[in-house]
Every structure is written in C-alpha cells, then in structure tokens.
Design a binder for this molecule. Structure first.
Ligand code: CAA
Ligand code: FAD
Length: 379
C-alpha cells in the first residue's frame, strides 16, 4: 500500500493550486454575488488541460489518471466550486461517457473539442418529475427513418447555457422501463431546442443551471450513443465516475473552509489570546481535520480503484456520501470559528457553506447514495 503521490500527480496538484490563486480567487466573491459564469476562467482551465484530463491524448485529452483529476478538482473547489462543477461535468460525465461508449465518428467530431475545453458539454438526465427516480423520465425519442424526434423537458442542467453539446437521456420504448431508455448527443442551436430559465441558487451561483426544452428536435441516428436501450446503463455507469468528481469537489470545499478557519483562529484574539488557544476551537479544528482526512482517503480509494480497472461503484457512492456530509459539517464549523466575520462575504467561508449544500443533492442525493451502498452490501 502506497500513500504517496507520483511526481506527475504532485505537479498537477501544484499547477491547479497556482491557477486558483492567480485566476480563480480574484473576483470569486463578485461572480458569486452576480451569479456570473466564469467563462474566461474556464477557457484558461481548458488551455491548461483541466477540462479533459483523463481523455486519451489521441482525442486531445491529458491522458492523466483519476488520482490527478481528483487532486485538481480538490484544489479548484477550495476556491471556486462553480468552476469546479463545470470541470467535473465536462470531464467525468461528458468526456468519459463519450470516450468509453461513443463511436469513432462521435469522438472525432465532439470529444476532441470537449477535451480541450474549446466547447463545453452538459449531461441531461433529470426532469421536473424525475430526479432521484431517474427511470421514470418522460422525455421521448421516436425513430423516424434516419433520425429521432426528441420531445420533453430536462431540469437543473449544469452548463445549461454555456455548453455546446448535450448528452440527453430519453425514452425510446417506454414499455421496456429502464431498458427502453437511450442516450443522444444534441447540439445547441438545433431547431426546437430551447434553453429555459437560469436558476437563482443558494450556492454555486456562478454555475449556469438551466431547464432545457425539446420540441420535435431532429436528432440523427448517428448521434445515438450505443444501442437503443443502453441509455440508463450509460447514465448509471457515467454517474459512478461522476460521483468521484463531486466527492472531490466536496472535499475541496471542506478543506478550503478548514484552511481558512485554521489561519483565522491563529490571528483572531479573544480573552487575551488567539482563539486557537481555546480548547473549544482546538477541538473543532481537530474534528474538521480528521473528517477531511477520512473523506480524502475515501475519495482517493475510489479514484485508485477506477485507475486499477476495478469496480468502483460502491467506493464512489461511499466517497460522495461521506465527503458531502463532511463538506456541510466542516463549512458550518468554519463559519462558527470566524464568528460574525464568517457571516459576511469577504471572508469566503459563508460562500463555501452555501456551496457545500449542493454536494449532498446532485449526482444522487445522500439518500440515493445510501440506497446504492445498501443494495451493494446486501447483494
Ligand atoms: N452502476 C451501474 N448500474 C447501476 C447502478 C450503478 N451505480 N445503479 C443501478 N444500476 C443498474 C441496475 O443494475 C439495473 O440494471 P439491470 O436491470 O440491467 O440489472 C438498472 O440500473 C436499474 O436499477 P434499479 O432497479 O436499482 O433502479 P431503481 O429505479 O430502483 O433505482 C437508482 C436506481 C440507483 C436510484 C438510480 O435511479 C439513481 O442513481 N438515481 C439518482 C439519479 C442521479 O444520480 N442523478 C444525477 C443527475 S446528473 C447530476 O446531478 C449532475 C450534476 O449535478 C453536476
Ligand atoms: P427528488 O428526487 O424529488 O428528492 C426529494 C427528496 O426525497 C430528497 O431528499 C431525496 O433524497 C428523497 N428521496 C427520493 N427518493 C427517495 C427514496 N427512494 N428513499 C429515500 N429518500 C428519497 N441533473 C442532471 O441530469 N444534470 C445536471 O447537470 C444537474 N445539475 C444540477 C445542478 C444543480 C445546482 C441542482 C440543484 C441539480 C442538478 N441536477 C442535475 C439534478 C439533481 O441530480 C437532482 O436534483 C437530484 O438527483 C435530486 O432529484 P430531485 O431534485 O428531483 O429530488
């Protein structure tokens, strides 16, 4: 068992850390306040190779391992979780699914641009009436000759307006239940595809979350990924990896808040000494550090299993469940350590607390992770 990173992994982590300080930290409070998408920053993340980190270099990706990816995700999420959710969706939901299951033609046409961040992708599973209960979705795709006719509404789509390419999961044969669900590549601008309203959110306010409406959108058969009926398996397998990315995001939010609380506790004086010398604060910091370390080990274990080609569905659900709970607990405590200063934007921890909450909801709520975990251990 090795608890050491390779030189390459450390270099990736350090590059991500430096990028956050020079490019993401300046303006992060304003972007959150104004709910402004970090276009410029995401473009630079693409230039640095962060948007298609694990994609094979023959499709213009970074050819890196999952450990490097989670190290970068953690660093970027410490500073800007709105940027990191775009990164996570593009890397682990869109690029991964396309590379693993797309045709050569689809990879040449879409993956090569997605992997460099030249364009962004979105993953469209959730609907107004089907979130956790993902098999009950209503969006339909009816085969008519050389194309499908797509109708329906998707909800809560990350990169909703910034994306150019959308992986849309839709029913092709409702009588077959989840085995009648397929997945399609849809391009922005196609007739009948309308991007709906942008959500005004509690956290990750810089991320553009939209509903999407499809009315008689013509999708070429060549844009179906895999066979008809493969869409639900595609979604579940993609989410197994996606949950590692979101677990790393949660870890980053937690460790970012902890680092701020630790530094502040050494500066802030109360009753004649730094608050870090009061045991109540020391115990909070001890709990935070321990929880973060445990979350980190779960995230790295899931990433390692994926890199080894082993089954990582259970590990990714555990990592996502635990890291997101830790993110919530640690950020609440980080605000507490800051006292009143923690409650205002300038000190960053209130934003991290608001950002933490979404990690317990998207890519499968905490309750859904417990379903995945319990089904696996009881099987
Ligand atoms: N990996 C692989 N296959 C899986 C799987 C997993 N983790 N979970 C389920 N499956 C397979 C099952 O094996 C089964 O396949 P077979 O019939 O071929 O055996 C099929 O999927 C159906 O499974 P279930 O019978 O268990 O289906 P269910 O309806 O009872 O529940 C669920 C499945 C696990 C609850 C699933 O619906 C689920 O994961 N829901 C949450 C949806 C979700 O995570 N959405 C995220 C949207 S993307 C997003 O959120 C992005 C973002 O924010 C940034
Ligand atoms: P519901 O499924 O209605 O759940 C409501 C509550 O009931 C939750 O607490 C849930 O855990 C609980 N619950 C439901 N079923 C059970 C059960 N069987 N047992 C116990 N408890 C249960 N989706 C995408 O497809 N693509 C995206 O890019 C995307 N990005 C998102 C970004 C944001 C900011 C948000 C808020 C959501 C995003 N989502 C995305 C959707 C997200 O995945 C769903 O919100 C999530 O899966 C939960 O679905 P729901 O909101 O319909 O809640």
């Amino acid at each position: 068992m090795h608890f050491e990173f390779t030189e390459e992994q450390i270099a990736v982590r350090d590059a991500a850390r430096e990028f956050t300080q020079t490019e993401l930290l300046p303006g992060v409070i304003e972007r959150d306040t104004e709910a402004r998408f970090p276009y410029e920053q995401i473009k630079k993340m693409g230039d640095l190779g962060f948007m298609g980190m694990m994609v094979d270099p023959k499709y213009s990706g970074g050819g890196m391992d999952t450990i490097s990816y989670v190290l970068a995700m953690e660093e970027i999420s410490k500073i800007d979780a709105s940027a990191s959710v775009s990164m996570s969706v593009n890397n682990s939901l869109v690029c991964w699914g396309l590379e693993k299951y797309g045709s050569e033609e689809q990879k040449q046409k879409y993956l090569t641009k997605l992997a460099t961040g030249e364009i962004l992708g979105a993953f469209c599973l959730s609907e107004p009436e089907a979130g956790s209960d993902a098999t009950s979705q209503k969006t339909s795709a009816e085969l008519k000759g050389d194309h499908y006719v797509l109708n329906g509404t998707k909800n809560w789509i990350t990169n909703g307006s910034s994306a150019s390419v959308y992986l849309v999961i839709a029913q092709t044969d409702a009588s077959k239940g989840h085995k009648g669900i397929s997945v399609f590549i849809v391009e922005k601008g196609w007739e009948g595809f309308v991007i709906g309203k942008k959500e005004d959110k509690l956290g990750i306010r810089g991320s553009d979350t939209h509903s999407l409406m499809f009315t008689d959108v013509k999708v070429p058969v060549a844009n179906r990924i895999g066979e008809e009926g493969f869409g639900f398996t595609f979604a579940m397998e993609t989410l197994n990896g996606g949950r590692i990315g979101i677990a790393a995001q949660a870890l980053g939010i937690a460790s970012g808040a902890y680092e701020l609380a630790l530094a502040y506790s050494k500066e802030r004086k109360a009753f004649g000494k730094p608050i870090s010398q009061h045991q109540a604060i020391q115990f909070k910091l001890a709990d935070m550090a321990t929880q973060i370390e445990a979350a980190r080990l779960l995230v790295l274990k899931a990433a390692w299993l994926k890199d080894q080609g082993q089954d990582y569905s259970l590990a990714s659900a555990m990592a996502k469940l635990y890291a997101s709970e830790v993110a919530m607990q640690v950020t609440v405590e980080a605000v507490q350590v800051h006292g009143g200063y923690g409650y205002v934007k300038e000190y960053h921890v209130e934003r991290l607390m608001r950002d933490a909450k979404i990690t317990q909801i998207y890519e499968g709520t905490s309750e859904i992770q417990k379903i995945v975990i319990s089904r696996s251990i009881l099987r």
